[in-house]
Design a protein around this ligand. Structure first.
Ligand code: NAD
Length: 713
């Protein structure tokens, strides 16, 4: 049996080595072993000092995440704060040897030591805020005592770790090791003991506020207000640091515990933890062995050097993978390469990249107008015009020129990839890789699993997505896949509400008050009303049964009012400055009369319910049809790709949180209230009805396998 922590005595120094792979998560077994080792060392008169170290790649990653859903274990004795307190009071000198990382509870444990030494590449931080909570193991009280209130506040509220060098300068660590960290730590503790170095107990240390700027906390609150709007924990983190200044350690720790408990029971904490686990769950495909051997992807070809092609290429160049970009139009190719160069130069001008890094990345890029140049690539991503015949022709050619085993991917937003795959002799190598714009920035990647996609192709692309720092979510083939399909009812309701009497300003404000990063009308104007218009024109026959569908956006697009780019859309623009356009209201009134829609006052509540609940209802249909594996996949897509408030955890989690019965009865209410229109669009999905009847939630509903036969909505 492997021991959670190892204990030995070397030259009168007790060495407690954390030994719980992969990250020394502070689960019950490890906590017990650390405390046992510490007490053994304390009792042993021959032991003069204690070193806390790790046998793995990192010192400690913090709490054991498997205990998140098992509070009976997380809170069980020995409780981390009590261990830290006991170590801090040790009469024997304690040194923490931090290799790799000390995060969360791991850093709090290290703060109990008298001195800290780390390796040069170590990172130290308290990321709890990302999970909607705060450091509950004394971190908010000890960190300010060691490094001052300003940096401590920044670290705790941002959750961002700092480097060993910065830690040394701030006093968070006392030394950076130069050789083998354990040898350095042992030499260090001997030197400390020999020189009678003082024990350092945070009970004896006050927070040094002599250099704290006047009004620091008020200014800090203001500086983060926009970014942290809706989140619960950041403000409590600040209150903890204020307590560290005002109160003795023991009382500050009590305050920290009280504020920690407040955070723990909030919708925000549940939402943030939901997304944390959602990201891990999304890479597991129920019917695919995750150990399936993957294909090597050492070079990539991108077809189409337009908006998407360029952004997609940068993802690979950023991680050192060579890219060949193909466009049939030589001028478009040059333009595309120029845009990439400019993007990198902007990053360099902001200090994010050195000139050398820019050159290194650009050296990985080559351009061609000849398909013959693609004979050697491992992966092709097609990003040409959104037209089926164009895509089919591209894939036919790819099938002829690419080597066997090359993965062929399409970035289509709406087309049936099974149909595209069918023109090749290798549909098993074809899938969708749906990037979001701007593709070099947005983290979301929908991986579209087609009817015949091989398991190893799927697993390879999941791993590759992680390598290029994307959040991959596997979805099935259907119109719009998951993200755009759920967006459709949201857009539809927004546009319909304009006809019924809401204004663009009112709709956008209701949505941003709800927490959306941007309102629908601003989003439409930014993306261009022409984009949706031309897509709809292409499929009029499938949506013609409802004439109110996007009538305003269509009318504006026909008038050449495309949005920001024409300084007129749903709003009037002077630069980026946005104003209500009286003509839009006139058009809305005229269209409403033509369509027999009665205009009335609309409440913000109705706006949010109709737009968000329709989106949730579509999500339920997607699950019911087996086009996503789990509701948390829909949430991941919305939080990462569509500006859905992170602190609400995505639309499906939001529905679970407020109660599926609430969503269901609101849908039924609008179904009745809105007559024929309501009957057409507000019929609840049968899955939602069933889950309410069963008294359960989306999060407990799992789709065993995706429905792999494509279907058009
Ligand atoms: P774009 O018009 O900016 O670029 C398309 C490029 O493809 C052009 O440079 C064109 O010259 C080239 N091209 C056309 N036919 C070609 C062929 N047969 N061979 C080689 N090159 C060819 O288009 P975009 O906005 O980058 O969109 C590309 C794809 O990505 C579409 O399928 C679109 O639906 C999808 N997509 C777009 C977005 C977005 O926000 N723009 C988001 C996700 C997915």
């Amino acid at each position: 049996m492997t021991l959670a922590a190892l204990y030995e005595v070397r030259d009168n120094i007790a060495l407690i080595t954390l030994n719980s792979p992969p990250v020394n998560g502070l689960g019950l077994a490890l906590r017990s072993a650390i405390l046992q080792g510490f007490r053994q060392a304390t009792k042993d008169d021959a032991v003069q000092g204690i070193v806390l170290a790790s046998s793995g790649q990192i010192f400690c990653g913090g709490a054991d995440i498997t205990e998140f859903s098992r509070p009976e274990l997380a809170m069980a004795d020995p409780f981390l704060p009590a261990i830290i307190d006991e170590i801090e009071r040790s009469q024997k000198l304690v040194v923490a040897a931090i290799n790799g990382m000390a995060l969360g509870g791991g850093l709090e444990l290290a703060l109990a030591a008298d001195y800290r030494i780390s390796d040069a590449s170590a990172k130290l931080g308290l990321p709890e805020v990302h999970l909607g909570i705060l450091p509950g193991g004394g971190g908010t009280q000890r960190l300010p005592r060691l490094i001052g209130a300003q940096l401590a506040t920044e670290m705790i509220v941002s959750g961002t770790p700092i480097s060993a060098q910065k830690s040394l300068a701030a006093g968070l660590i006392d030394r950076i090791g130069e050789g083998n960290l354990l040898d350095d730590a042992l030499a260090y503790i001997h030197a400390l003991i020999d020189s009678n170095a003082a024990l350092r107990d945070c009970n004896e240390i006050r927070v040094d506020t002599s250099e704290l700027p006047a009004n620091f906390f008020a200014d800090f609150r203001q500086s983060i207000a926009r970014k942290t709007h809706g989140f619960f924990a950041p403000e409590r983190c600040i209150q903890c640091v204020e307590a560290a200044i005002e109160l003795p350690l023991a009382e500050g720790l009590k305050r920290e515990q009280a504020l920690f408990a407040e955070c723990l029971n909030t919708p925000q904490a549940r939402a943030q933890q939901h997304l944390f686990f959602a990201e891990r769950a999304a890479t597991k495909i129920p019917d695919v062995d995750s150990k399936t051997p993957i294909r090597e992807v050492n070079n990539v070809a991108i077809i189409g050097s337009g908006t998407m092609g360029g952004g997609i290429a940068m993802n690979f160049m950023n991680v050192g993978i060579p890219v060949v970009m193909l466009d049939l139009n030589g001028e478009a190719l040059e333009r595309g390469i120029e845009v990439i160069r400019k993007n990198y130069e902007v990053s360099a001008s902001k200090g994010k990249l050195t000139a050398e890094q820019v050159e290194q990345r650009l050296n990985l890029l080559s351009g061609t107008t000849e398909y013959d140049a693609l004979g050697d690539v491992d992966l092709v991503i097609e990003a040409v015009f959104e037209k089926m015949d164009v895509k089919r022709a591209v894939f036919k050619t790819l099938d002829e020129v690419c080597k066997p085993g090359c993965i062929l991917a399409s970035n289509t937003s709406t087309l049936n990839i099974d149909e595209i795959a069918a023109v090749t002799h290798r549909p098993q190598d074809v899938l969708g890789l749906h990037f979001f714009s701007p593709a070099n920035v947005m983290r979301l990647l929908e991986i579209v699993r087609c009817e015949k996609t091989n398991d190893d192709v799927l697993v390879t692309c999941i791993k590759l997505a992680q390598k290029i720092k994307k959040v991959p979510v596997v979805v099935g083939v259907c119109y719009g896949f998951v993200g755009n399909r759920m967006l459709e009812p949201y857009v539809r309701e927004g546009m319909r509400l304009l006809l019924e009497g809401a204004t663009p300003i009112q709709i956008d404000k209701a949505l941003t008050d709800f927490g959306m990063a941007m309102g629908l009308c601003s989003m439409g104007d930014l993306a261009g009303l022409d984009v949706g218009y031309f897509i709809r024109e292409g499929r009029r026959e499938t949506i013609a049964h409802d004439k109110s569908y996007c009538a305003i956006a269509d009318e504006l697009a026909k008038l050449g009012r495309y949005g920001q780019k024409t300084a007129r859309g749903l709003y009037l623009y002077a630069g980026r400055d946005q104003q209500e356009d009286p003509e839009v209201l006139e058009i809305a009134t005229r269209l409403a009369t033509e369509l027999g829609i009665e205009r009335r006052d609309i409440t913000d509540e109705e706006i949010v319910e109709r737009m968000i609940f329709s989106m949730i209802n579509e999500g339920a249909k997607i699950l019911e049809e087996g086009k996503a594996y789990r509701s948390s996949d829909c949430d991941l897509i919305y939080a990462n790709g569509y500006g859905f408030p992170w602190w609400r955890g995505g639309p499906m989690q939001y529905a679970d949180e407020i109660g599926l019965d609430v969503v269901l009865s609101a849908l039924e209410k609008y179904r009745q209230q809105l007559g024929e229109y309501g009957e057409m669009w507000f019929k609840p999905s049968s899955l939602l009805v069933k889950l309410v009847a069963d008294g359960t939630q989306f999060k407990h509903y799992k789709v065993g396998a995706l429905a792999l036969t494509a279907h058009e909505k």
